[in-house]
Design a protein around this ligand. Structure first.
Ligand code: UDP
Ligand code: MG
Length: 328
């Protein structure tokens, strides 16, 4: 009988001030992974990797306690808060050399973790990417749902095809992950990059649950930052819109000049500061807007050209353990 090589799975969990939910989330994820190991669907050294994104509470202490209790748990600690997307990239980069499959999931388990076994099965069935998609967001606030909906609509309009209601709950096989890791963006917008990778993929639908403890780590400012990041790092539409608006304004000015010329020939002269002031303000505003948008792109080029490290890892028990295994 041919024995199939079991995949080694790493579940990457970004955590920012998650002391309130971490013990119960770790318990649930631990149980799910233990079952997968017992069912011989993944290797016995599969892991749950917590990425502490510079928490100010007891998150890292909790991760350390978990590690001490059970070899399934391991951790990575940032020196400061970098944001969820960077934490995910860090976890994935760290896990990549040792993982056949990776799954990313939020620490609060709002996204149904009981789908993890199905994701693993779908990898065995030949899918390289499985997207977790929320088909019921009633647990999110009205504001969050509406802004998210508008955001997907806008992104689609400007030619960025995101998977609606998919955030960062997804499974990736080694080849999909290797491709993702070739993106060295300073501010990665992972949910925008992954659909561009190609590879056989499928979607898994679930109802998003409310947080069991703690509060959302996404205040409006962070949501806005993520959304702008998605727009400006994926689309040239805003900069082209400036061209469009600029052309229209020029055309309008030409018409106005023509009009004034004809009037002058007929001996009519128009007076008054009102129209002059209005057009000055209009043009001034448009120029400022244009400069702002150009600045956005220049700023991004600047940030990227510096090749700063995307993150700095303080402690990494995951790599240490596997590196030791290899040298043993
Ligand atoms: N998160 C993070 N860094 C941050 C903000 C959030 O690692 O700066 C993590 C957080 O701990 C959680 C996930 O990202 O695991 C999603 O955050 P949250 O559940 O607060 O977002 P929401 O579900 O409200 O959109
Ligand atoms: Mg959440």
């Amino acid at each position: 009988m041919m024995t199939k090589k079991l995949p080694r799975l790493t579940i990457v969990v970004p955590c920012y001030n998650e002391e309130a939910v971490l013990p119960s989330s770790a318990k649930t994820l631990g149980e799910i992974l233990t079952k997968l190991i017992a069912g011989q669907q993944v290797t016995t050294d599969s892991k749950i990797l917590f990425v502490d994104d510079g928490s100010h509470d007891q998150t890292w202490e909790t991760v350390q306690t978990l590690q001490a209790q059970n070899a399934l748990f391991t951790g990575l600690k940032f020196s400061r808060n970098y944001g969820q997307e960077v934490a995910l990239m860090a976890g994935l980069r760290t896990a990549a050399p040792y993982s056949d499959l990776t799954i990313t999931i939020d620490a609060d388990l709002q996204d149904n973790p009981y789908l993890i076994p199905t994701m693993v099965q779908q990898a065995a069935d030949g899918f390289d990417i499985v997207y977790g998609v929320r088909n019921d967001r009633s647990s999110d606030t009205w504001f969050k749902r509406t802004t998210a909906q508008r955001f997907y609509w806008l992104m689609n309009k400007i030619g960025v095809h995101l998977i609606p209601n998919h955030a960062d709950y997804r499974m990736m096989t080694r080849c999909a992950l290797t491709a993702l890791l070739r993106y060295h963006e300073t501010d990665p917008f992972i949910r925008g990059i992954v659909p561009q990778l190609g590879f056989p993929s499928t979607k898994l639908y679930y109802k998003r649950r409310p947080r069991t403890a703690g509060v959302s780590k996404y205040p409006f400012s962070k949501m806005l930052k993520l959304a702008l990041n998605g727009i400006f790092s994926f689309s040239l539409v805003p900069i082209r819109a400036i061209m469009g608006v600029g052309s229209l304004v020029c055309l309008a000015a030409l018409v106005a000049f023509g009009w004034l010329g004809i009037d002058a020939l007929r001996g009519i002269t128009t007076a008054g500061v009102g129209p002059i002031m209005a057009s000055l303000w209009l043009l001034g505003g448009l120029q400022l807007m244009a400069l702002g948008i150009i600045g956005e792109y220049v700023g991004r080029t600047f940030a990227q050209s510096k090749h700063r490290p995307a993150f700095i890892v303080e402690t990494d028990t995951y790599s240490n353990e596997f590196a030791q295994k290899i040298t043993e």
